[in-house]
Design a protein around this ligand. Structure first.
Ligand SMILES: [Zn+2]
Ligand SMILES: [Zn+2]
Length: 341
């Protein structure tokens, strides 16, 4: 089968290769990949800004159909539509595993970074790490359940937006537009900030329910944020761009004792005025991964129409055109690109 692989450590080193189809071990299911999304993490992997163990097939955001099962793989049948967690193997005995937070297992293995991922025609994963896709959810949308689950982790589990809270989303990329929708589903009144380069994305944010959009590169942006919140500042801010300037503007936009939530990944160390956060007594939250319960919640949001992923899919390309997809995301064109193996 054809597979998009990271061949070795260092920058670049991404190649389309012909490899043997994987066969499921006793506890695994084999899934024919319908489509797989290119993630910011994949761009970090390309730039050698993310810890990976090559050679491995890249891709961790996908949905597909079960085509075969190992003899102990329970809960699935051939033909079931499925997604899976990214963390597929853990030690099972460390304190993190014991507490159910197996995503924090020191020896965790994740698809697309440590073991073979979804930029290929087939993937095998343990049945216990997979979930069925609700009947009314299209596989294209289900392919983006992973970024949605990561956002649910940050917005619902690691921090909470309450009904009537003023929430600020900095960075209207795919993750920001998901944070907007999940915060809105939680009852928050959401404003989304971006720059001139984000003009189209800010329009989409309005369509997806933002109460206001704010061009942070224009004069008077801070005053507009203050006005929007009646002078007090935001109750909660979600940093979704992984850019130092955005972190700064989130800290400034928050009210005293507000909640700062880091969702974006920087890929490097950043300079940061922590004193202002301290003086405001902000609560700092982060989130990086997702438990199986998080995924169930994400699928429920899709099933009941509380989050709409379809406007986030800007292109569907054959796997062979992966470079086009990566390039368009580097140039900040479009939101989510699906590769079809
Ligand atoms: Zn991702
Ligand atoms: Zn463990």
């Amino acid at each position: 089968m054809r597979a998009l692989m990271k061949i070795g450590k260092g920058e670049g080193g991404i190649e389309l290769r012909d490899i043997a189809e994987p066969e499921p071990k006793d506890d695994e299911i084999k899934i024919r990949v319908h489509a797989a999304g290119i993630c910011g993490t994949d761009l970090h992997i390309m730039k050698d800004e993310y810890d990976v163990t090559p050679p491995m097939v890249m891709g961790h955001e996908y949905a597909g159909t079960v085509v075969s099962l190992g003899k102990n793989a329970a809960g699935f049948s051939v033909g079931d539509r499925a997604v899976s967690l990214t963390t597929v193997r853990t030690c099972g005995v460390c304190p993190a595993c014991e507490s159910g937070q197996f995503m924090h297992c020191e020896t965790r293995k994740a698809i697309g970074t440590h073991v073979d991922g979804a930029f290929a025609q087939y993937i095998v994963v343990p049945a216990g790490k997979a979930l069925k896709v609700p009947a009314n959810v299209a596989l294209d949308e289900a392919a983006l359940c992973e970024p949605l689950a990561c956002v649910v982790r940050c917005v619902v589990e690691m921090s909470t937006a309450k009904a009537g809270d003023y929430a600020y989303v900095s960075g209207p990329g795919a993750i920001g537009l998901l944070a907007l929708q999940v915060a809105k589903a939680s009852g928050a009144v959401v404003a989304v900030g971006g720059t001139a380069a984000d003009a189209e994305r800010l329009k989409l944010a309005e369509k997806l329910g933002a109460a206001a959009t704010i061009r942070v590169d224009l004069e008077g942006a801070e005053a507009r944020m203050k006005d929007f919140t009646g002078g007090a500042g935001f109750d909660v801010a979600y940093e979704c761009s992984g850019v130092a300037a955005s972190t700064d503007s989130c800290v400034r936009a928050l009210k005293r004792m507000g909640s700062y939530v880091q969702i974006g990944l920087y890929g490097k160390k950043i300079p940061y005025d922590f004193d202002l956060a301290l003086k405001k007594e902000l609560s700092i939250h982060t989130g990086f991964t997702a438990a199986k319960t998080t995924w169930r919640r994400a699928l429920r949001l899709l099933e009941h129409g509380l989050v709409d992923l379809s406007p986030l899919i800007s292109a569907k390309l054959p796997l062979a055109d992966w470079e086009k997809g990566f390039d368009s995301l580097i140039r900040k064109e479009g939101l989510k690109v699906l590769l079809v193996p």
